[in-house]
Design a protein around this ligand. Structure first.
Ligand SMILES: [Zn+2]
Length: 269
């Protein structure tokens, strides 16, 4: 599933390929993905110039003078920019044909993704998103204040997108391991000092993932280019029964909020 680093990698890859380009035509190859795709995009986006591209959480925001195209990659989505004579592939559901003879295509086999449009750049889906983890305001004070009255465990707390966006299951497990915090600990019992280490670990892990994703970007505009996914070196996620790299004890797996949590009982307290 595309996580924040893949979406950020996609955004950075698209930036140089589509910003300042003019859309000749938008094509919808089906009516809906997770939700209906707005049919009016065909007329609304024709001959419009792409002003900018941004990311908010896992949403890509492609800005035009007439409004903002909001794209979510769902469970299996990817975006490629290919030359305009490239044949459509199975599961290509949406495209922007650009005046420079390239096409931006959204491919989404499982169709949990979304293509939406907002004339003023706002959207209900964006309203309740928490802070961006790589921004300076995401720090120990931010997490400490918000965690004081929480009954949730620390893992659920940092995965709550109303608190902070983009900390998926893998990143939550890895950052709690690096920070030495037991995932079952109540968020309200974590000290400010430990939150300082945790926010640093989250930032480092996400930044490393974005960097790793960046290395695949050279394939981005190629016909057979794979999306910006990458294999990351994981210390604890998926490592049940394997030796902990710190204490040599065995990594445990438990279920929290219907998701697997991997951690070291000795190192994480
Ligand atoms: Zn350990």
């Amino acid at each position: 599933m595309p996580e924040l680093p893949e979406v950020e990698t996609t955004k950075r890859g698209l930036e140089s390929l589509i910003v300042n380009q003019v859309v000749e035509h938008a094509t919808l190859y089906r009516d809906n993905l997770r939700w209906d795709m707005p049919k009016h995009l065909v007329t609304t986006l024709a001959n419009q110039s792409i002003v900018d591209i941004n990311r908010r959480g896992k949403y890509l925001l492609i800005k035009f003078d007439v409004g903002t195209l909001i794209i979510h990659l769902g469970m299996s989505g990817s975006i490629k920019v290919v030359s305009s004579d490239t044949p459509l592939k199975k599961h290509d559901h949406f495209e922007l044909i650009l005046a420079n003879d390239t096409v931006m295509r959204l491919n989404d086999p499982r169709r949990f993704g979304a293509v939406l449009f907002s004339t003023d750049g706002t959207h209900a889906l964006l309203d309740n998103l928490g802070i961006e983890p790589l921004e300076n305001d995401f720090d120990e004070t931010y997490l400490y204040i918000r965690s004081r009255k929480k009954q949730q465990n620390i893992k659920a707390f940092i995965m709550d997108s109303k608190v902070v966006v983009g900390v998926g299951n893998i990143y939550a497990c890895e950052s709690l391991y690096q920070a030495g915090i037991n995932p079952e600990r109540k968020a309200s019992s974590v000290s400010k000092k430990r939150y300082a280490l945790l926010t640093q670990c989250i930032k480092t892990i996400l930044t490393q993932a974005i960097k790793a994703g960046g290395t695949t970007l050279q394939d981005f505009s190629q016909v057979d280019g794979s999306p910006g996914y990458f294999a990351q070196t994981l210390s604890v996620y998926g490592c049940e029964g394997k030796p902990c790299t710190i204490c040599n004890g065995k990594i445990s797996r438990i279920i929290q909020n219907q998701r697997s949590t991997f951690y070291c009982k000795q190192c994480q307290t």
